[in-house]
Write a protein that binds this ligand. Structure first.
Ligand code: PXP
Length: 249
């Protein structure tokens, strides 16, 4: 696998959930999501992502409405397969939604959708949103059969769950890292050949993102926790521009 390829077409969508986590912890007005989105834009981000969870633990409906209205960057909303949130998205109309599985007790999204089990629900909600001009992306494990099923269902994009890769990443012991990376690469190639836009996300940080950035046909990198954590020390602008530089090289 060629690990170093310049790819200026890779795009970075910054997930701002944890700006809202900090705000919701004290129910203050700060730190402000709209300000954060403006800084991301100035720092070279290509998009903003918000996860509107059913329990509204961080992002609130108003955040999605404000970013949709004010930010010039394309907005992706991560959402569970919920009819309530589908109706809300049909009203707010972000550029893209990513359907994810959601469990109330989880700390963060734990894996891709079980598409084989959920395909009827996914198709119904997806078609509702697509008819409003919203692109629909499915969050999936790097499993070839899932990618093929996603293409059959006619989604617009797939985001490959990189959490297992990220969790196993060990710069000193690369064998497990390479196994997972190869699964991601093969899935991206399968999806690209089927005409899908192929994205990646979850658990990516400034070290483990480098090999993934070597996969040329990935379109979008959806990254939150790593960037917001680094921003505590460097400021958001530097954290975003450092990440943008890595994924575009
Ligand atoms: N992609 C999806 C589908 C997610 O649910 C999340 C977490 O909200 C991310 C990407 C971003 O993950 P992280 O915060 O670990 O970068």
């Amino acid at each position: 696998m060629n690990m170093i390829k310049k790819n200026k077409n890779h795009i970075l969508s910054v997930n701002l959930d944890h700006v809202a986590t900090l705000r919701q912890q004290r129910h203050t007005l700060y730190p402000d999501i709209v300000t954060a989105a403006g800084i991301c834009e100035q720092a070279g981000a290509d998009g903003i992502t918000l996860h509107l969870r059913q329990d509204r633990r961080h992002i609130q409906n108003r955040d999605v409405e404000l970013i949709r209205e004010i930010s010039i960057l394309p907005l992706t909303v991560e959402m569970s397969c919920s009819k309530e949130i589908t109706d809300l998205m049909c009203r707010i109309r972000p550029e893209k939604v990513t359907l994810v599985p959601e469990k109330p007790e989880e700390l963060t999204t734990e894996g891709g959708l079980n598409l084989k089990e959920m395909k009827d629900t996914v198709k119904r909600l997806m078609e509702e949103m697509q008819s409003e001009g919203i692109h629909v992306c499915l969050f999936l494990e790097p499993e070839i059969t899932d990618i093929e099923l996603a293409a059959e269902l006619k989604c617009d994009a797939v985001e490959i769950h990189t959490g297992t890769y990220a969790h196993n990443f060990d710069a000193r012991n690369t064998s497990r890292t390479f196994e997972e990376l190869e699964r991601i690469q093969k899935s991206v190639e399968t999806g690209t050949s089927a005409g899908l836009m192929m994205n990646v996300g979850h658990g990516l940080h400034y070290q483990n993102v480098i090999p993934v950035a070597g996969i040329p046909s990935v379109t979008e990198f959806s990254i939150g926790h790593g960037i917001i954590s680094r921003a505590v020390f460097t400021g958001l602008k530097a954290a975003v521009s450092d990440m943008a530089e890595i994924i575009k090289q």
